[in-house]
Design a protein around this ligand. Structure first.
Ligand code: PEP
Ligand code: MN
Length: 355
């Protein structure tokens, strides 16, 4: 794909495009104070959401066009480059009209080809950088499709933002990273700059630093970090926002050393194991709750807690299932015996507890 560089100023020591600012523009003071504190720390590109796509109605849906004049003040007073999210043709018109320099398409918009095409049509003939967040679902083709729609109307300064993917499985992340998807995007469009949004992947402050480090180690071209003058008071995404000072500390600590491919794979395999361990524990906890209920039943019906015939039967069935799943009989037997002991303990505890 013939693309041109984003041509945005880079963070001085690490050659990264660093975009920072609040999830949402809330008030003129909040926007200006956050921007000033970021500008003092060398940040050159300021983000703020003016129109906010919320999963459910009733949350803060963005201040709307009123906030554009606050962004203009940021530019006048700090010289920062302005970035905001657009989801419709009208947003594009108003943002460009107000002098916003860089636009991004949010994850809830990238999923919809009609919306992306509407935005692309509104951008025909313009020359400004446009960043495309990954769609909420892990669909690389949808992500590439949105990029192609922009390319077809003549936009050449295009970048991608990796912000993670929703998933039904509960994980430590708000949005599962699936690092293999942006890696494949890089293989398919090698000259496309890719930025990481650790704020929306992690959903929690503590995860911003490790995720940023991972992205930099993998050769990402930049970071987009949600930054607020007083994060706990933020009207949207409070748990994942940090102060400009915290952001500076994180960026200064980033090591630019690249991770080898092997260890990237290792990292992904470890993440999968973490998830499976969480699921195993959740299942064990459900099993133990049922044991407690069985304990109550046995107590009411005067049955003894340990019933050797039942245990022998379970053991036999599970060992043969385990063998068919490539697990050794000794291993299955040991695990089951531990589970059985805990189960008996639970049933006994509930019996004693109810006397
Ligand atoms: C945002 O950047 O504030 C935002 C709404 O992000 P996403 O589209 O990644 O959810
Ligand atoms: Mn946000």
């Amino acid at each position: 794909m013939d693309l041109q560089p984003l041509a945005l100023p880079l963070e001085e020591t690490r050659n990264l495009t660093l975009i920072a600012g609040p999830c949402s523009a809330e008030s003129e003071e909040q926007v200006l104070e956050t921007a000033r504190r970021l500008a003092c720390r060398g940040v050159k590109v300021f983000r703020a959401g003016i129109w906010k796509p919320r999963t459910k109605p009733g949350g803060f849906e963005g201040i709307g066009s009123e906030g554009l004049s606050w962004l203009q003040r940021v530019k006048r007073e700090t010289g920062m480059i302005l970035a905001t999210e657009v989801a419709t043709e009208e947003h594009v018109r108003q943002a460009i009209g107000a002098g916003v320099d860089l636009l991004w398409i949010g994850a809830r918009t990238t999923v919809n080809p009609f919306a992306v095409q509407e935005i692309a049509d509104a951008l025909r003939g313009r020359d400004l950088p446009v960043l495309v967040k990954n769609p909420v679902n892990p669909d690389l083709e949808l992500w590439i499709g949105a990029i192609e729609r922009l390319h077809r109307v003549g936009i050449r300064r295009i970048g991608a933002i990796h912000r993670g993917f929703s998933s039904a499985d509960k994980t430590v992340y708000r949005n599962a990273p699936h690092w293999e998807i942006p890696r494949e995007l890089r293989r398919r469009i090698p000259n496309l700059p890719i930025l990481c949004d650790p704020s929306h992947i992690g959903g929690k402050r503590e995860l911003i630093e490790p995720l940023s480090q991972k992205a930099v180690s993998r050769g990402y071209d930049g970071l987009l970090i949600e930054t607020h003058r007083s994060p706990d008071q933020a009207w949207s995404d409070a748990a994942q926002q940090i102060t400009p000072e915290e952001m500076q500390t994180i960026v200064e600590r980033l090591s630019t050393a690249r991770t080898e491919n092997e260890s990237e794979n290792l990292e992904e395999l470890r993440q999968r194991i973490d998830l499976i361990d969480e699921q195993l524990l959740e299942l064990l906890s459900r099993r133990m709750r049922i044991s407690g209920e069985i304990g109550a039943y046995k107590r009411e019906n005067g049955l003894s807690v340990v019933q050797p015939a039942r245990y022998g039967e379970i053991l036999e069935k599970r060992i043969s299932l385990g063998v068919s799943l490539d697990l050794s009989p000794r291993f299955v037997k040991e695990i089951l015996s531990e589970i059985h002991n805990e189960s008996v303990r639970r049933q006994t505890v509930s019996t004693v507890g109810c006397r």
